[in-house]
Design a protein around this ligand. Structure first.
Ligand code: NAG
Ligand code: NAG
Ligand code: NAG
Length: 179
């Protein structure tokens, strides 16, 4: 009996401790992951024509053809209406990269900067997305962020919203995690 206690009980207690520790650390990691998730919803407004157009065909053949370079300086608002609260801006560039032309989409990189009317004042998110393919939502990769968004990763979904020409809003749903 004494020998059994010596050789079996102690290793069992030890194994239990190791198991408990493992479970604890897994739970802690999970909890940390949960607590650092952020969800954002905003609307990027693009004026496609007129004197206040916010998108420019800057180089290349234009007319939706392969090689066209577009540059944008759009507004970011809380809602779909062009009058809804201004919470930032979205600047970026896109290129029609496939020989299919616009059908192949506009591959783009965009930086969203939040202003003082937003709770993320001064922070930015940079993302990459291919727009205008046949089937929205367009899925974006969040490349990273600054300020409040330092060290984030995640994805975004962009869905064209109700347009009131020349204003074309896009609804954005952003899912961020910090590990
Ligand atoms: C978009 O254009 C409309 C009408 O031309 C104008 O009222 C609005 O201020 C413009 N928006 C931006 C962000 O320039
Ligand atoms: C363009 O924007 C300016 C400044 O916001 C505004 O005064 C003007 O009415 C706009 N033009 C049009 C056609 O909406
Ligand atoms: C917004 O951030 C700027 C600096 O990025 C700061 O000067 C300003 O006071 C901030 N405003 C609010 C309302 O937090």
């Amino acid at each position: 009996m004494a020998i059994l206690e010596g050789s079996w009980v102690k290793p069992t207690v030890y194994t239990l401790c190791v198991l408990l520790c493992l479970i604890c650390s897994v739970q802690t990691t999970e909890a940390r992951r949960e607590s650092s998730k952020t969800y954002l919803r905003y609307y990027v407004h693009e004026n496609r024509s007129g004197p206040n157009a916010t998108i420019l065909s800057a180089a290349g053949p234009g007319s939706g053809k392969w090689g066209t370079v577009l540059v944008n300086d759009n507004t970011v608002r809380e809602g779909e209406s062009p009058d809804s609260k201004l919470i930032g801006g979205a600047t970026g560039f896109g290129v029609i990269t496939t020989q299919l032309g616009l059908t192949g989409g506009i591959m783009s990189i965009s930086k969203v900067s939040f202003n003082e009317a937003s709770k993320y004042n001064g922070s930015t998110l940079t993302l990459s997305v291919t727009f205008a393919t046949l089937y929205p939502p367009y899925e974006a990769i969040i490349l990273g962020g600054t300020g409040h968004f330092r060290g984030v990763r995640g994805y975004g979904l962009a869905t064209p919203a109700l347009a009131s020409p020349p204003d074309y809003p896009t609804k954005w749903d952003i899912y961020l995690s910090k590990y």
